[in-house]
Design a protein around this ligand. Structure first.
Ligand SMILES: C=CC1=C(C)c2cc3[nH]c(cc4nc(cc5[nH]c(cc1n2)c(C)c5CCC(=O)O)C(CCC(=O)O)=C4C)c(C)c3C=C
Ligand code: FE2
Ligand code: FE2
Length: 373
């Protein structure tokens, strides 16, 4: 990628030129890359696809904070022999058959397309939006290299997690930084902070709740705000995730104007035997039903996109648990996904973080100036 007009290479000899050409391609149109990052997903629901995905995921030391020698032994002998099958069945029940991919992938792509459209309108063609995953495909490293090769000398990384956790946000950014470590010519980098208490995020979640409930013939007595769990140990070690989830839940309740007893915070998707953040979603659902709650709604504001943890664990298993324990009406409120206000939210977060790199239309103007010499 090094330029061709300030020097000429002949084998291992270089002829230097002293004058810098005004129309040099590397100071030509400068582009900005925006890279949306989500968790990742298997390529198929069969044993080996699931195993590859789970091995990469569960070998991440930001996710599993345990003695690595002990953990790899347990992972390779026990977990990776059993879990690919059971998780594969869960994925198969929600698979996007038309595209032959998991919903998380379909939705993340749709979000990126939507954000690209808005940013093109705001800033012109000098912004390239792409998306990648922490585990599996598309790979973060490939996306970073691809943006660089398209002329993006600045890249904004956007972890699609409203609440910060080392197991999600930090590892997504780490992974991009690891890609940079291999690059001779690195782009400049920025990262988007968590947005758990951004009014626009809270409004979008609340609007999605109102829209969904408006189509029902019944009203929920209780709304569960269910977030992905985390080992309690990680909270004790200083992870802000629990507090950010609690704040999002409270802000959603305030915006709804509902009383405290009607909106509850809980944590789903436990993994392994140690204690995770409480209260647990599955136990809360069963308890509420046993206490006589007949009408229950669940929203999952920590997931930017629907995935196996919402579509299967909440909408299928959670529903079953509620009905089995005496509940009557259950509804799952879909994640923000590629709704117009969701894509608008991501585009606005990005626009704010681009401040100083670009102002509306400034990129186009700068490029026009450069083109004029
Ligand atoms: C110790 C294990 C795990 C921790 C810690 C963890 C944290 C965590 N995860 C998400 C978001 C998602 N997790 C998803 C799936 C998933 N998570 C784990 C384990 C831990 N997650 C596993 C093993 C799996 C795979 C599915 C399974 O086998 O049960 C997903 C869904 C991906 C998809 O393709 O649909 C998301 C999203 C967060 C936000 C988080 C901590 C805050
Ligand atoms: Fe997870
Ligand atoms: Fe907390």
């Amino acid at each position: 990628m090094a330029d061709q007009r300030t020097h000429a290479r002949h084998g291992d000899k270089v002829v230097y030129q002293t004058d810098f050409p005004a129309d040099h391609p590397e100071i030509g149109p400068e582009k900005i890359g925006v890279l949306l990052l989500n968790l990742g997903t298997p390529e198929g629901t069969d044993y080996w696809s699931m195993r590859r995905y789970l091995k990469e995921f569960l070998s991440d030391r930001r996710v599993i904070e345990a003695n690595p020698v002990f953990w790899q032994l347990l992972l390779n002998t026990v977990i990776l022999t059993k879990r690919p099958k059971s998780s594969g069945q869960a994925y198969a029940s929600i698979w996007n058959e038309e595209k032959n991919e998991s919903p998380l992938k379909t939705i993340t792509r749709d979000q990126a397309d939507g954000v690209q459209t808005i940013l093109h309108q705001r800033f012109g063609e000098g912004i390239i939006v792409d998306w990648a995953m922490r585990y599996g495909y598309p790979r973060t490293e490939d996306a970073v290299n691809d943006l660089m090769s398209k002329g993006c000398r600045r890249i904004l990384l956007v972890a699609l997690y409203p609440q910060y956790a080392a197991a999600t946000t930090a590892t997504a950014y780490d992974h991009a930084f690891r890609a940079l470590m291999k690059m001779r010519w690195q782009p400049s980098i920025r990262t988007v902070p968590p947005y758990h208490d951004e009014p626009q995020y809270i409004d979008a979640v609340v609007r999605s709740i109102h829209d969904h409930l408006a189509d029902l013939s019944w009203e929920p007595e209780v709304l569960l705000t269910s977030f992905h769990g985390l080992p309690k140990r990680y909270l004790m070690a200083g992870d802000p995730y629990h507090c950010q989830c609690a704040k999002s839940s409270r802000l959603i309740r305030d915006a709804l104007g509902w009383p405290k007893e009607r909106v509850k915070l809980c944590f789903q998707s436990r993994f392994g035997r140690e204690e995770w953040l409480k209260p647990y979603t599955d136990e809360t659902i069963a308890e509420l039903a046993r206490q006589g709650v007949k009408n229950l709604a669940i929203v999952s504001p920590g997931f930017a996109a629907d995935c196996v943890e919402t579509l299967e664990e909440l909408n299928m298993q959670g529903r079953e648990t509620f009905l089995e324990n005496g509940g009557e009406n259950f509804t799952f409120i879909p994640c923000l996904n590629a709704r117009e206000d969701s894509v608008g939210l991501i585009a606005d977060l990005v626009t704010r973080e681009l401040g100083g790199w670009v102002e509306p239309r400034a990129l186009a103007a700068g490029n026009a100036r450069r083109a004029a010499g």
